[in-house]
Write a protein that binds this ligand. Structure first.
Ligand code: FES
Ligand SMILES: [Fe+2]
Length: 333
C-alpha cells in the first residue's frame, strides 16, 4: 500500500530572529496597573516594580491560566486576579495566599520572564535566549542630544513586521504609492544606494555619497528600529512591533527641532502626525496585499534597487543561523 505523500515541511515558517525589539512606548505602562501586550504571538503582561523599572512575564498564570494582566501590581510583584498568586519581575512565584504565610512555594509555579528595558521612551524586549553580554539597545544618538520634540502615533496592520520593515527600506515605491503626497513629481527611475554594517542598513536614493548619513536617508537598526532622516531638524522614527506572524503595530514618532516653543510645537507635532498617518495609510493597501508568510519571502525576484531589502533579509538569515548554532550548542551541553 502506498503511503500518501506528506506535504513538504515549510522551510521558513514564523521564527522571530533574536535581538532587541522596541515593543511599546513607556507611557503605555502606568505605575500601578499591569498591562497586557500581545507580541511575537505571545500574550505578555508588563508591569512596573516599586522603583519604576519594567518587568514582563507570560500573561497566563501558571496556576490555572487566568490572565495576570487582569490582576494588580503589589510591590515588586503582579498578583493574579483569580487566587492572588504573586509573581515578581523575574517570574518567581513569591506568595500563595491559600497556603498562609511562610508556606513553601513549589518551584513549578515560577513563570517565564522576558529581558526588558526602557530607553528613549521605548520598551525594549530582547527576543531569544539572552546572551551573557547583552548587545547595546539601538539608539539614533543625534535625536537625543539636541532639542528635538517627539510625538508618536501607532497603527496596526494585518501584515508581518518583516513586510512593514521591507516597505520602509524601499524608496522606489514613492512615485507610485505616494504620488499624491511625498512622491509627487518624483522621477520613477532612480538609483538606490545602501551601505550595510553588522546591525545597521543605511539607504538613500540619488547620487553616490561619501557620507551616507547626510541629508535625506533611511537608517535601520536591527531588530526593528528605523529612521527616515529628512533633515537635521526633522526625522521620522518607526518601531515595528510584531503582534504575531501577520499583524504589526507600528509606532511612528516624529522628531522635530524647528519649532520647540511649547504650544506652537504641540501644533506642529499634530500636523506632522496627520501627514504621517495619511502617508502610512497609502502604504497599508499594498503591503497588506503581499503574502505575509513565510516571514522572509523565498520566491520573489528582486532588482538592484531592492539592495537594502536584500541586506535586511541577509541580516535576518544570519541572526537565525546564529540562533540555531547557539541552540545546537546548548542541546549538546
Ligand atoms: S489562576 Fe492565577 S492564581 Fe489561580
Ligand atoms: Fe511608503
Amino acid at each position: 500500500m502506498n503511503t500518501p505523500s506528506q506535504p513538504p515541511e515549510p522551510t521558513n515558517t514564523v521564527e522571530y530572529a533574536p535581538g532587541w525589539y522596541a515593543i511599546a512606548e513607556g507611557d503605555e505602562v502606568p505605575r500601578n496597573r499591569p498591562v497586557k501586550l500581545r507580541r511575537f504571538g505571545v500574550d505578555l503582561v508588563v508591569f512596573r516594580r516599586k522603583d519604576g523599572s519594567i518587568a514582563c512575564l507570560d500573561d497566563r498564570c501558571k496556576h490555572r491560566g487566568a490572565s495576570l494582566s487582569l490582576g494588580r501590581v503589589k510591590g515588586d510583584c503582579v498578583a493574579c486576579p483569580f487566587h492572588g498568586f504573586e509573581f515578581d519581575g523575574d517570574g518567581a512565584c513569591k506568595h500563595l495566599p491559600v497556603l498562609g504565610p511562610g508556606a513553601k512555594i513549589p518551584k513549578a509555579l515560577d513563570t517565564r520572564a522576558y529581558t526588558v528595558r526602557e530607553q528613549d521612551d521605548w520598551l525594549w524586549l530582547y527576543w531569544g535566549e539572552a546572551p551573557k553580554e547583552l548587545p547595546a539597545i539601538p539608539r539614533f544618538a543625534h535625536l537625543h542630544a539636541g532639542n528635538h520634540r517627539a510625538h508618536t502615533i501607532a497603527r496596526e496592520w494585518n501584515a508581518s513586521f518583516v513586510r512593514v520593515i521591507e516597505n520602509q527600506l524601499d524608496p522606489f515605491h514613492l512615485p507610485f504609492v505616494h504620488k499624491s503626497t511625498i512622491g509627487r513629481g518624483m522621477p520613477e527611475a532612480m538609483t538606490v544606494h545602501h551601505v550595510e554594517e553588522e546591525t545597521r542598513i543605511t539607504a538613500w536614493p540619488g547620487e553616490a555619497r561619501e557620507d551616507p548619513r547626510s541629508g535625506f536617508y533611511i537608517d535601520f537598526y536591527w531588530a526593528n528600529l528605523w529612521e527616515n532622516h529628512i533633515s537635521d531638524k526633522l526625522s521620522i522614527v518607526a518601531a515595528f512591533a510584531p503582534i504575531d506572524a501577520t499583524r504589526t503595530r507600528t509606532y511612528l514618532r516624529t522628531y522635530q527641532g524647528f519649532v520647540t516653543i511649547p504650544v506652537l510645537g504641540w501644533l506642529v507635532d499634530r500636523v506632522m502626525a496627520l501627514s504621517n498617518d495619511k502617508i502610512f495609510k497609502q502604504d497599508e493597501g499594498v503591503v497588506v496585499s503581499q503574502p505575509q508568510t513565510p516571514l522572509i519571502a523565498e520566491d520573489e525576484i528582486l532588482v538592484k534597487a531592492d539592495g537594502a531589502i536584500i541586506a535586511y533579509r541577509k541580516m535576518y538569515a544570519r541572526a537565525l543561523r546564529e540562533k540555531h548554532g547557539a541552540d545546537a550548542d546548548r542541546a549538546a551541553g
